[in-house]
Design a protein. Sequence first.
Length: 273
Amino acid sequence: MTEIGGDGVFVKEIEHGLHQKRIDLAVHSLKDLPTVQPPDLRIAVVGPREDVRDVLVTKQEMSPDSEHAPLRIGTCSLRRTAQIRALLPDAQILPLRGNVDTRLRKLEAGEYDAIVLAAAGLHRLALQERLADHITYLPVDALMPAPGQGALALEIRNEEDIQALIAPIENTVIQAATCAERMFMRRLGAGCYLPVAAYGEIVNGMLTLQGLVISLDGQRQVRVQHSMRWTSQSAIEDAEQLGIRLAEQALARGAAEIIAALGIDRIQEGQYV
């Protein structure tokens, strides 16, 4: 979600369809969903999770003097903007809207020198091979993803027959990791359009969660990380508690001041509670 009132309006329309029983199931990119659903709806995360990284896609033909001019990078994500400014302080960040094809056309038209996209989106459209010579995958420690990035979520009504229908395709490992990420953002009081990033993964029986809160100029950063044991007996609530603990650690280190300094009237993600 990159614009306040943008994708959020679309999500509301989909949820309205679920409430009216015009549809029984909605498929979302998890990163675009609010961290709180209406009480009569729930989400199920299905796997496997796609590549969580962002990619830098460069224009095929750079002008001869482009190396001497500030790099024009397109994105509308404040999370990406802040981290790019930390990595490339001289870059010029320009707004970029539209679907993936539209964004790529704008790049080819010369409106930007490079754009930042989610690797997951390119992979699902099978574009990575065509763009292979122009893609740079950005490691998580350089540009941390949005909570839930790369994961697909099914939104359904809280009805037993529908829950039983999708139960075989739920991925509890991915759900645990993404629940921790999303609870980190929720506890911070930050909407998905703010410069907050998180990434969780389960490796060798450990669920590790990384979190980032960063100022828009990239100069102030709060990075936190915490791990917990994870077994087949662990509950999703345990992962959520990990996200809460990490957020409280970030708040204690100054994350609240960074968020407050943005001066944005944040949408209350607990609006359904």
